[in-house]
Ligand binder design. Structure first.
Ligand code: ADP
Ligand code: S3P
Ligand code: MG
Length: 171
């Protein structure tokens, strides 16, 4: 969900794993040359979702990266299928109250430019929660735990084959 920490946690996780980090929203912005909000203004949410799906299709073919998607990526079934089949999906779970605390000063997320952004977060979360559960291989609760603790929790639950090669550390 937006505000759950995908961009922040994903970047730190990638650093800890020695892998490349890619944020799907940033990739989309650099492909289009405009901010996400402008894509929403010019093409609506449907236009944004079409472009987002193309980016996710491309990035889920990249081997070995840590990918942060946007929170609405789960809405299209083809995204859910590609994420689940081509990667290991971590659901960063956070409650609506916590998400609101993190996002109440946000000015860049177009879906929060509404009369009642707090209610919008609660509604989006309720509608999407089943989809996050459906696509996730791992679920981590992103409450008030420090980011490093979340990263350690994720790393502790990854299959051995995804961890950095420690061969050089052995005697
Ligand atoms: N575990 C966390 N605890 C506290 N604040 C967090 C945590 N994860 C993210 N944040 C903060 O919440 C905001 C949204 O984080 P971000 O990584 O952009 O989320 P997302 O990419 O999922 O929308 C940022 O201000 C970030 O610093
Ligand atoms: O939840 C959503 O529908 C969206 C989340 C955003 O990404 P973050 O989840 O990184 O905020 C971004 O893709 C866009 O504003 C739409
Ligand atoms: Mg993000």
């Amino acid at each position: 969900m937006m505000g759950s920490g995908k961009t922040t946690v994903g970047r730190r996780l990638a650093a800890r794993l020695g892998r490349r980090f890619v944020d799907a929203d940033k990739e989309l912005e650099s492909r289009c040359g405009v901010p996400i909000a402008t894509i929403f203004e010019l093409e609506g949410e449907d236009g944004f979702r079409r472009r987002e799906a193309a980016v996710i299709d491309a990035l889920t073919r990249e081997p070995g990266i840590v990918l942060a998607t946007g929170g609405g990526a789960v809405l299209l079934p083809e995204n859910r299928e590609r994420l689940r089949d081509r990667g290991l999906v971590v659901f960063l779970r956070a409650g609506a109250a916590e998400l609101w605390q993190r996002l109440k000063r946000d000015r860049v997320r177009p879906l929060l430019r509404t009369e009642n952004p707090r209610q919008r977060i609660a509604d989006l979360l309720a509608a999407r929660e089943p989809l996050y559960r459906e696509v996730a291989h791992l679920t981590v609760t992103s409450g008030r735990a420090p980011i490093d603790a979340l990263v350690a929790d994720i790393i502790g639950r990854l299959p051995e084959a995804m961890l950095p090669d420690r061969a050089e550390d052995s005697p």
